[in-house]
Design a protein around this ligand. Structure first.
Ligand SMILES: Nc1ncnc2c1ncn2[C@@H]1O[C@H](COP(=O)(O)OP(=O)(O)OP(=O)(O)O)[C@@H](O)[C@H]1O
Length: 296
């Protein structure tokens, strides 16, 4: 079963494509990190998966069903939007009661334990919580719904570093305990590295690379050697990035085959190197596009 499957998926706002020609097949059981610069189309893809917006082109299936196509589908998918919506006039406890009313698989014990862990006062109104606390509350509601797939649009953006670490650890335990699949977007490669085992890089409304992180790291290499034009590489080596001095070339290539040419010094990439190589490749063709934030 695929958590997410798209064919030729596209979304257009007026004349501009926010997402185009998106083909994905993400098996269930993964924690997927969706990364890309501002405006890349990440929220658009997640909103399509949650059924909040409809495609202009192509198809999308989430856990084998059409997004938001009925009560059963809605129960299987949890979604926490980028602005972590809560009801300002409702207390924390009222949010949990609402969660219980709206979600057939609601886990009240889990929700209460999480609220206690976070030190939130059940009697406090959501409108009086800090931005980070509101985000934590929204995330708690998403997890306590006990979905099969949890979609999180920049879940940790407003959390302080400790809260971020705690949230990601909590998420990991839910993944292991409840066989939860997760798709989360983030600007922080370090967060993706910490919790995700599957990566999707989006730039300029398109998917640039997608796959299991282990496979991606095994098939991307940095080659350093005497200056050589990328066009002279074997056909199986796809060049993702390149830089040259008068004498030396440094290439980032993707290949399933061993690199046998003794002229190259071959090294592995870190996840950050890999993401940056795809972003950089795009920046060369669109110099004004903002870069992804990389924090340690
Ligand atoms: N409702 C809308 N109407 C018009 N244009 C939109 C709408 N929503 C998104 N867009 C445009 O679609 C493109 C992709 O936006 P999207 O929000 O999916 O990017 P993102 O990768 O999530 O960005 P960020 O990291 O800043 O959240 C942007 O150019 C954006 O301006």
């Amino acid at each position: 079963m695929n958590a997410l499957q798209t064919r030729g998926l596209g979304k257009r706002y007026r004349r501009r494509w926010a997402l185009s020609e998106c083909d994905l097949e993400v098996p269930a059981g993964h924690v997927v990190g969706l990364v890309g610069p501002n405006g890349a189309g990440k929220s658009t893809l997640l909103n399509l998966a949650a059924g909040l917006i409809r495609p202009t082109a192509g198809t999308i299936e989430v856990l084998g069903g059409e997004p938001a196509s009925g009560a059963q589908q809605l129960a299987k998918v949890g979604f926490v939007a980028q602005d972590t919506p809560t009801y300002a006039g409702f207390t924390v406890a009222e949010h949990l009661r609402l969660g219980a009313r709206l979600n057939p698989g609601w886990d009240q014990a889990l929700a209460e334990a999480r609220i206690a862990e976070l030190g939130l006062d059940p009697a406090q109104k959501a409108g009086q919580l800090s931005g980070g606390q509101r985000a934590q509350l929204a995330l708690c509601l998403g997890v306590a719904k006990r979905p099969e797939l949890l979609i999180l649009d920049e879940p940790v953006a407003s959390l302080d570093p400790l809260a971020r670490r705690d949230f990601l650890q909590g998420l990991m335990s839910s993944v292991v305990e409840h066989e939860l699949s997760v798709v989360l977007s983030s600007h922080l490669v370090s967060d993706v590295e910490r919790v995700c085992d599957y990566l999707i890089v989006m730039v300029g409304s398109r998917i640039r690379v997608a796959g299991e992180i282990e496979d991606l790291l095994a098939t991307h290499h940095r080659l350093v050697g005497p200056r050589r034009e990328a066009s002279r590489l074997p056909g199986d080596q796809e060049v993702i990035g390149q830089s040259h001095t008068d004498r030396q070339s440094t290439l980032i290539v993707r290949t399933d085959q061993p690199i046998l040419d003794p002229a190259w010094t071959v090294s592995k990439l870190t996840l950050e190197d890999l993401v940056l190589a795809y972003l950089d490749a795009n920046r060369r063709s669109a110099p004004t596009r903002p870069a992804l934030e990389v924090q340690r």
